[in-house]
Design a protein around this ligand. Structure first.
Ligand code: AMP
Length: 464
């Protein structure tokens, strides 16, 4: 492995150095970069539902959240993921800082989390150490639906246990989240690629097989044959798939311990009745994987006949040591959040519904306006969600806004009420209204909300 940075891809549009031309003089493009997107408020309820299930899963399975920086030293990723992988050779965003550090935007989570594990001495924590992370990742790939240059993942890692029951638990967590989200037809594909030592022998045998049919491989795979021959196995090109269909299988060349590990994992998966198939061509291609590798698919989201993967992961027993830490077995997986949200929308999964404000606060006149901020915060302090339209002076338009949010109560403070310390409380359900002292406002509001909720609870939505 090398710590040299890969050659930077030459950008299509030449950006001159800031020293020569002022960036502020360049034409301003008011748009996101290619392959990046805004996640607008409309889409957020689906994201929120997903975030809530992720957070439930963390609680249920004992994961603690960790947030690591978006930017790390570039060679952390290069040493962990390895050269010869698409991520490092083609997709990583590398740049030099003003201080001369060669850094990269994280293309995946595991390397940064492994770095944090070592840096913060987590090897002394009781095992297993279970860490959860979520956030954006960056890969300079060709964008298309469900594949972005900035995408989000939810990442689960377990450090310190080598028992295959932990591998099975990782599958169980993924399955729990996906089924809670309402995604059906989930399929795991699983394989074992053994240990790096054992893999050397397999690699030789595989290369011999591939070399004999080199002429049939795509250009990328001809290069992979030299740099990372295992990657040829999961090439999506039809002609390469034909060459690899009869290729020797990694699972047939496992050392005794890896074989036993794989066998036991499959027994656990059977016990859990998880839907899986063994895919001998699945390798995932990153240098740090050992033994178990897997991917998760929704079997009904074929795009052009290709299934889009929703997540994937594997064991990486050698990574912590290779980065300078104590030998620590580990396993992890990540779910692609953008793809999960697309899948939720496609399947009509209900988005998260925020609690809506039940009270609208309207004000009329300067004096009332001044009081309204304080009244707003008094109600909030008592856990009452309040909507308002403070920027408007006209009562009619404020009442229209109250109707739009479907408020159950409108509190109106006019000039007179502001001066004598009262407020009008209008029950929008029954249409009745009363005058209360401002210091008793909270009780009056609570009373109406309670009576409305009892009416709703008894199935009679109409108090009128
Ligand atoms: P990986 O880190 O490549 O194993 O990816 C884990 C999951 O993240 C995949 O199964 C996808 O669901 C998702 N994913 C990976 N790359 C992208 C991308 N460029 N855009 C959107 N989602 C992605």
């Amino acid at each position: 492995m090398t710590s040299e940075l890969p050659v930077k891809e030459s950008p299509k549009k030449k950006v001159s150095s800031p020293k020569k031309t002022s960036l502020s003089k360049e034409p301003l493009l008011v748009q996101t970069l290619r392959g990046m997107r805004d996640i607008l408020p409309d889409e957020q309820p689906h994201w929120e539902r997903l975030r809530r299930f992720l957070s439930n899963a963390c609680q249920e399975f004992g994961f603690q959240r960790i947030d690591t920086p978006l930017v790390e030293y570039a060679n952390l990723f290069i040493r962990s993921i390895g050269t010869g992988t698409d991520i490092i050779d083609k997709e990583i965003y590398c740049f030099e800082t003003r201080g001369g550090d060669r850094v990269a935007l994280r293309p995946e989570f595991t390397a940064g989390i492994a770095r944090a594990y070592i840096e913060h001495g987590m090897q002394s924590l009781p095992k297993p150490v279970k860490l959860f992370s979520t956030g954006p990742l960056y890969r300079y790939d060709r964008p298309q639906e469900g594949r972005y240059r900035e995408h989000w993942q939810a990442n689960f890692d377990i450090f310190g246990e080598s028992d295959p029951i932990l591998d099975a638990q990782i599958f169980q967590i993924a399955f729990r989240i996906l089924t809670q989200l309402g995604l059906k037809n989930i399929e795991f594909q699983v394989n074992s690629i053994g240990t790096p030592e054992g893999r050397k022998e397999y690699r030789k045998i595989l290369v011999r097989h591939l070399e004999s049919q080199r002429h049939k491989l795509c250009q990328n795979c001809k290069e992979r044959l030299v740099k990372n021959p295992l990657r040829v196995l999961d090439c999506k090109e039809e002609k390469c798939a034909q060459v690899t269909a009869n290729a020797p299988k990694s699972a047939d060349y496992l050392d005794a311990e890896s074989r036993e590990h794989f066998k036991t994992l499959l027994e656990y998966l059977d016990e859990l009745e998880l839907p899986y198939t063994v895919n001998p061509r699945l390798v995932r291609g990153l240098d740090y994987y050992t033994k178990t590798v897997f991917e998760i698919y929704s079997t009904n989201n074929d795009r052009d006949g290709k299934k889009a993967s929703l997540g994937g992961g594997g064991r990486y027993d050698g990574l912590i040591k290779s980065l300078g830490g104590e030998a620590t077995p580990a396993i992890g997986f990540a779910l692609g959040m953008d793809r999960l949200v697309l899948e939720m929308i496609r399947l009509g999964v209900k988005p998260y519904k925020e609690s809506r404000p039940k009270v609208f606060l309207a004000q009329l006149g300067d004096c009332a306006k001044k009081k309204s901020l304080r009244i707003f915060s008094e109600l909030q302090k008592n856990d009452i969600l309040v909507a308002e339209s403070f920027g408007r002076g006209n009562l009619k338009s404020q009442l229209r806004a109250a109707n739009r949010v479907n408020a159950e109560i409108t509190v109106i403070i006019g000039q007179k009420e502001a001066l004598d310390g009262t407020a009008i409380v209008k029950d929008m359900v029954s249409g009745t209204q009363e005058m209360v002292r401002q210091e008793k406002l909270f009780f009056a509001v609570k009373k109406i909300l309670k009576s409305n909720s009892q009416v709703n609870h008894n199935g009679n939505g109409n108090k009128k």
